[in-house]
Design a protein around this ligand. Structure first.
Ligand SMILES: [Zn+2]
Ligand SMILES: [Zn+2]
Length: 126
């Protein structure tokens, strides 16, 4: 939001996943909608503004100046980085491909019935 931190991706972007787990609810203020890329394809500009909140099995990256939520990385697969879809300048061409932690979504959220709902992050379809 403030422009101190920017990123570019030189490679393919994953389609969008929604995550309603309690951590994503809290870090985003509602739920996370993210694309993703290979970490090696990600170039961060203004990296001194980047802050990571380490949650053990994963970490959330955000702008230390304005607080914008930007990234997510799983500790056991740091070769991939999730990108908050709202931070992308152009997300056209990306479609919703699934919903994670659907059972933890707050009651006011309308879950898209046309995509798979998962009980965890990509695990069993429910
Ligand atoms: Zn989550
Ligand atoms: Zn910022």
């Amino acid at each position: 939001m403030c422009g101190a931190l920017r990123f570019t991706v030189d490679g393919p972007l994953r389609n969008i996943l929604h995550c309603h787990c309690v951590n994503c609810r809290r870090v985003s203020g509602n739920f996370v909608a993210s694309s993703g890329c290979a970490t090696e394809d990600l170039t961060i500009h203004g990296e001194d503004h980047l802050r990571w909140y380490d949650h053990g099995y994963c970490r959330y990256g955000f702008c230390g100046t304005c607080g914008s939520s930007l990234f997510w990385q799983g500790a056991d697969h740091m070769d991939r980085t999730s990108l908050q879809s709202g931070s992308l300048i152009d997300a056209s061409g990306l479609v919703l491909e699934g919903i994670w932690f659907a059972h933890e979504a707050q009651p006011h959220v309308m879950l898209d019935p046309t995509v798979p709902h998962h009980s965890g992050n990509g695990g069993t379809e429910v």
